[in-house]
Design a binder for this molecule. Structure first.
Ligand code: AMP
Ligand code: TRP
Length: 334
């Protein structure tokens, strides 16, 4: 049998995971975890590129880790770890900084968008964010990187840095490719259905968190923005609110849009919203039960994190040592 390809993805602990994260990314990770040699990383250092409350960041990192396990990621099948637990990420980032140009980083559209929101004091780390991401990916000789479209430019930069290094020295890094699964749903905000549902939205009614209780889910759906037509059918352009709810329903029931629409056609908006709420609640029930169990014993969770970090580090350090040697750093004696 051919060896499994390496797959790496990162997710920021910048808020509670939403059903957008779940239907758009995590659910797919759970499906593919047996097909690839998977690394999934909670990127806490990336979260620090914008202001964070220390206690909240610490709590969310634990919670996000537990939520990924509760969602179905296996600790045996995958390497699930916290970025800051593996210092090789920061170390390789510094070295890659020496092979990345200011011009390249200035062209990153995510930097342009995010820096505007930060006002006067934009952190240097926000500018450098893609280089840390490149380090994440390149440490594991990654073939595939599942991410949303908004990360395409960062993957391209990672490939450019890796190719440059390989040419300057000798083949060191696998050149990774973005992996954009066709089935990955894009879930939109419940309040502003033309923009993506985001875990860092300040309006709590805009997203459904994986931690939301059933009555909260029902309430948020009742308040979801629709239109005045009173016909449940999919039309992304003219009916973004209803189309988003059909997409959520389809994702929750593992159906395509056509079949999902057929099931709910003819319902009143009120009944349709309840149907969607029930489907989400059903999906989240086992996840929330497992999440509560995991969160009830922090010591066990910390032990899992340690095992994940040790496993990741063994691979990461091999790549880091090669790079250190090639650029001319003197090895530390044993
Ligand atoms: P983020 O929440 O931006 O850190 O994204 C983490 C992962 O979840 C990425 O793979 C995103 O593409 C995915 N994701 C985030 N929000 C959504 C959404 N509303 N719909 C689909 N996928 C999403
Ligand atoms: N920048 C990614 C995001 O915001 C998160 C991330 C960090 C990542 N490092 C990564 C994704 C490495 C894939 C691979 O979604």
């Amino acid at each position: 049998m051919a060896e499994k390809k390496n797959l790496f993805s990162g997710i920021q602990p910048s808020g509670d995971f939403t059903i957008g994260n779940y239907y758009g990314a995590i659910k797919n990770w759970v499906k593919i975890q047996y097909d690839y040699n998977c690394y999934f990383c909670i990127v806490d250092l990336h979260a620090l590129t914008v202001p964070q409350d220390a206690a909240a960041l610490r709590r969310r990192t634990m919670e996000c880790y537990a939520m990924l396990i509760a969602s179905g990621l296996s600790l045996e099948e995958t390497t699930l770890f916290v970025q800051s637990h593996v210092p090789a990420h920061s170390e390789l980032m510094w070295l890659l900084n020496c092979f990345t140009y200011m011009g390249e980083l200035s062209r990153m559209t995510q930097y342009k968008d995010k820096s505007v929101k930060q006002g006067e004091n934009v952190r240097a780390a926000l500018f450098d964010y893609p280089v840390l991401m490149a380090a994440d990916i390149l440490l594991y000789q990654t073939h595939l990187v599942p991410v949303g479209d908004d990360q395409k430019q960062h993957i391209e930069l990672t490939r450019d840095i890796a190719t440059r290094f390989n040419h300057l020295y000798s083949p060191t890094f696998e050149i990774p490719e973005g992996y954009y699964p066709k089935t990955g749903a894009r879930i939109m905000s419940l309040q502003e259905p033309t923009s993506k549902m985001s875990k860092s939205d300040t309006n709590e009614n805009a997203f459904i968190s994986l931690k939301d209780a059933p009555d909260t889910i029902v309430r948020k759906l009742k308040r979801a923005v629709t239109d005045s037509e009173a016909a449940v059918h999919y039309d992304e352009k003219n009916k973004p609110g209803i189309s988003n709810l059909i997409q959520i329903y389809a994702s929750a029931c593992d159906m395509d849009i056509e079949n999902a629409q057929r099931e709910v056609e003819g319902l009143s908006y009120a009944d349709f919203k309840l149907r969607v709420a029930e489907a989400i609640i059903e999906n989240l029930k086992p996840i929330q039960a497992e999440y509560a169990r995991l969160m009830s014993d922090k010591a066990v969770l910390e032990e899992y994190m340690k095992v994940g970090a040790d496993k990741a580090e063994r691979t990461a350090v091999k790549t880091l040592r090669k790079v250190q040697k090639k650029v001319g750093l003197v090895p530390r004696g044993r």
